[in-house]
Design a protein around this ligand. Structure first.
Ligand code: NAP
Length: 286
């Protein structure tokens, strides 16, 4: 696949991996539509892409968890980016916390951002994509889409769903020119990881990559046309082993729980901020 003059929409381009990917594609002459929520960050990345030789770069700020936000992005494609041939579903959010400490609102936002939004955006854009000779969809998943990991229950569920969405869509369109691809990075040094998550990665001896490493892997995957790729050893091996002998990975993670749970424990807010402290005295049983 040649990148020169391809029309590529990257969601979450204001974040670490999305911005690195935008710059790599800009250097290869792709025409870009950069999406995120932070318009200022998008403009800075768009300027950097232009400096790298990008022939045209547009931005669109929209919250993809809302119908209006998704519609704004779809409208931008239909009015200003009509030859869309590549959709990169990269926007995502994380939540490293014990399951019982994740609020229903946090869970809803994570599922909506990481799985509902990319499915609905793909549904809305598949028509324009299919109007091109070599349409592509690249979904940015995670090693945690294939390995259930303590402290990441909801995140793993969302990325596992994205992995199967990618696989089943690719199989449904196997008799067309559409290629649906899925990339599974391991931990990457971006803002999605909280300080507690970074401490846990260090405590468990986990490796992490720079965003540019993920961007280069995404370029390689797009160029290859393969259905999926993962990044990093031993994660690639662990993913395979988890598919074949999940009980072995369960035993390893069981032994690491004492290094994971202390960091996944959400610290209690100061007493004055706790909902208990905010209740009127009579409701506290005083
Ligand atoms: N970093 C890792 O360790 C890691 C590992 C494996 C996979 N991944 C995946 O890689 C992708 C990119 O993550 P990242 O590491 O680059 O994180 P990041 O730096 O936090 O960037 C996340 C991006 O998603 C956008 N986003 C979040 N919620 C959104 C919403 N409701 N509507 C629209 N856009 C939204 C953010 O926009 P604004 O910033 O403008 O709000 C930002 O551009 C994600 O899908 C993530 O799950 C990351």
């Amino acid at each position: 696949m040649q990148f020169q003059d391809r029309h590529i929409l990257i969601t979450g381009a204001s974040g670490g991996i999305g911005a690195a990917l935008a710059l790599q594609l800009a250097r290869r002459g792709a025409r870009l539509l950069l999406h995120g929520r932070n318009q200022k960050a998008l403009q800075e990345i768009a300027a950097a892409c232009s400096n790298e030789g990008c022939p045209s770069v547009l931005t669109c700020a929209a919250d993809l968890t809302t119908e209006q936000g998704r519609q704004r992005l779809v409208d931008t494609v239909s009015t200003s980016f009509t030859a869309l041939d590549t959709l990169i579903n990269n926007a995502g959010t994380g939540c490293f916390a014990l399951f019982e400490q994740q609020s229903p609102e946090q869970i809803e936002t994570l599922i909506s951002t990481n799985i509902t939004a990319p499915i609905l955006l793909t549904r809305a854009l598949i028509g324009p994509l299919m109007a091109n000779a070599d349409p592509r969809i690249l979904n940015i998943g995670s090693a945690f889409g294939a390995i259930g990991f303590p402290g990441y229950t909801t995140y793993c569920a969302s990325k596992g769903a994205l992995r199967l969405f990618s696989e089943s869509l690719a199989r449904e369109y196997a008799d067309t020119s559409l290629k649906v691809q899925y990339l599974a990075p391991r931990a990457t040094r971006t803002a999605i990881n909280s300080e507690r998550a970074n401490q846990m990665l260090k405590a468990t001896g986990s490796q992490s990559d720079a965003p540019v490493t993920v961007a280069e892997a995404a370029i390689k995957l797009l160029a290859s046309g393969k259905a999926q790729a993962a990044i990093g050893w031993p994660e690639k091996l662990l993913v395979r082993l988890n598919g074949l002998r999940p009980e072995l990975i369960s035993a390893v993670l069981r032994r690491q729980l004492n290094k994971i749970k202390p960091y996944a424990q959400v610290p209690e807010p100061p007493l004055a901020e706790r909902s208990f402290a905010k209740q009127p005295l009579k409701q506290k049983g005083a």
